[in-house]
Write a protein that binds this ligand. Structure first.
Ligand code: ATP
Ligand code: MG
Length: 244
């Protein structure tokens, strides 16, 4: 399948430090690409480069074959890039429905009436029955559901999820995984997550970042079992060069 996103040799430096180092990958609709890597590996910075809140020093970001590397953030959103953060930041004084509607009316998708589309999105994340509640009063899992809904609201084709399972109970993590697995039918999903079993249950491929560079990419079970990942995560000494 043709990728929605193609990233080519993307690079970000802060001073002398290279935080994202020549990273290339693709993401297609119908799949979830998982990203793991130690703290400070450059995962969130990579998302900042994709959604446009930070400019790269080199490399290209292609969305649907269009070069968006230098487009501002709001125009990328209108082209279908939505992002969910670890700590949900809803408009606390608006209702659940209004939070999603705000994204829909600012997005570019006019195929469905905005109110109808907002309800469809809330149904997809299991929050339609709470549409009239104030967002500020929701419990954590529902705030996560709303964070996903907001990320989907702009006519989203590429969904960026940054550690959205953080802070949830085991049972809630399973519920979130079910939602992500449903969402990836209509979206290209990229999910950064430290909770490995959650990622294993949703990702079709996993990419490992280490010191800003892509260390390895492949099927989740192969990547997690690889000697190089054992080395980076567990400190088990192996011949890293041989595994590369
Ligand atoms: N604006 C900035 N100025 C300078 N350095 C920065 C800036 N933003 C990020 N960094 C550095 O870039 C590196 C990568 O940070 P980033 O937040 O992308 O890591 P991460 O992989 O998301 O980590 P975590 O797993 O903790 O979320 C870190 O060393 C961080 O200190
Ligand atoms: Mg991060």
């Amino acid at each position: 399948m043709k990728p929605v996103l193609a990233v080519e040799r993307l690079e970000k430096r802060y001073g002398v430090k290279t935080v994202v180092d020549q990273v290339s990958f693709t993401a297609a609709a119908g799949e979830c690409l998982g990203i793991i890597g130690p703290n400070g590996a450059g995962k969130t910075t990579l998302f900042n480069l994709l959604d446009g809140c930070v400019a790269p020093n080199a490399g290209r970001v292609m969305l649907d074959d269009v070069d968006i590397t230098h487009l501002p953030q709001y125009r990328r959103a209108r082209r279908g890039i939505g992002r969910a953060f670890q700590i949900p930041r809803p408009f606390a004084g608006l209702t659940v429905f209004e939070n999603v509607l705000a994204g829909v009316v600012h997005g570019a998708d006019r195929s469905t009436a905005p109110q109808r589309r907002a309800i469809e999105i809330l149904e997809a994340v299991g929050l339609a029955h709470k549409r009239d509640l104030l967002a500020g009063g929701l419990p954590l899992l529902d705030r996560k559901r709303l964070e996903l809904a907001k990320a989907m609201s702009v006519g989203t084709r590429l969904l960026l999820l940054d550690e959205v399972a953080g802070g949830l109970t085991e049972h809630e993590v399973h519920q979130l995984v079910d939602i992500v697995n449903a969402l990836k039918r209509d979206h290209a999903v990229i999910w950064i997550e430290h909770i490995a079993h959650a990622l294993m249950a949703a990702a079709d491929r996993i990419m490992v970042l280490h010191f800003g560079a892509k260390l390895v990419e492949g099927p989740p079970a192969d990547v997690m079992a690889s000697a190089i990942v054992q080395e980076v995560y567990l400190g088990i000494s192996v011949d890293v060069a041989a595994d590369r």
